[in-house]
Design a protein around this ligand. Structure first.
Ligand code: COA
Length: 195
């Protein structure tokens, strides 16, 4: 289990115009988001599904069946980011975010989804989850990792660019709402070759 406390960040007070999750308790984050990373437990599932519904629009978010299948799939890993004092108070937001990744049939890493609650964004939670998943993929000798993201998801594109992902190709009309996907990739091991 890893503990993270962001060294610095845009700590805000009160409401923020970027927050789009109804009922989010923003004041909790005035002192930053201190969180732990841990493995997925079965009882987390409904919360993860709910976070996914809020992170993505209909047509891009997963059904319960889809999300459960990705989490259970052979070679997949799910990491949870949880508020470090989740047990300690009624205002605790508990699970702040999660990532689902897998080793695909060709041995490449694949990020299936990464979701952080709107109120917990821009405090390093996504970076912590991504780094932990990349570490686990590296540990099983994945040469690289790929993912799909919508061309209009500018926040995600900035996030992945910051973490060293580059554009591999575009898939037209990938999403059910007709939006194109960008396939991004990052090499995880030295001298990784395309596959
Ligand atoms: C993308 C996502 C996972 C990022 O999580 P996060 O916890 O906010 O990420 P971090 O705080 O670690 O961000 C690190 C850096 O990424 C970049 N970044 C993240 N979100 C950004 C945004 N909305 N706009 C611009 N840059 C952004 C910034 O460089 C940021 O550093 P900074 O805050 O110091 O400027 C989160 O916004 C999210 O869950 N979005 C909805 C779901 C989604 O789109 N997932 C990805 C597609 S699969």
């Amino acid at each position: 289990m890893q503990h993270f406390r962001p060294a610095s960040g845009p700590f805000y007070s009160g409401s923020t115009p970027n927050c789009c999750e109804p009922g989010a308790i923003l004041l909790y984050y005035n002192v930053g988001v201190e969180f732990i990373l841990r493995e997925f437990k079965r009882e987390d599932f409904e919360i993860l599904w709910d976070i996914d519904q809020k992170c993505f629009s209909p047509g891009i978010s997963y059904s319960r069946l889809e999300l459960a299948a990705y989490i259970r799939r052979r070679g997949s890993l799910t990491i949870i980011a949880e508020s470090a004092d989740a047990k300690g108070g009624a205002q605790s937001p508990g699970i702040v975010g999660f990532i689902v990744a897998e080793v695909d049939r060709r041995g490449m890493g694949h990020i299936i989804t990464i979701d952080v609650r709107a109120a917990g964004r821009r405090f390093g939670v996504g970076s912590g989850l991504l780094a932990a998943a990349e570490d686990q993929l590296r540990a099983v000798r994945c040469p690289g990792v790929r993912l799909e993201t919508a061309v209009d998801n500018l926040g995600a594109l900035a996030f992945y660019k910051r973490h060293g992902y580059f554009l591999e190709r575009t898939i037209p009309h990938y999403y059910s709402n007709g939006v194109d996907a960008l396939i991004l990739r990052k090499d995880l091991l030295p001298q990784a070759k395309s596959s």
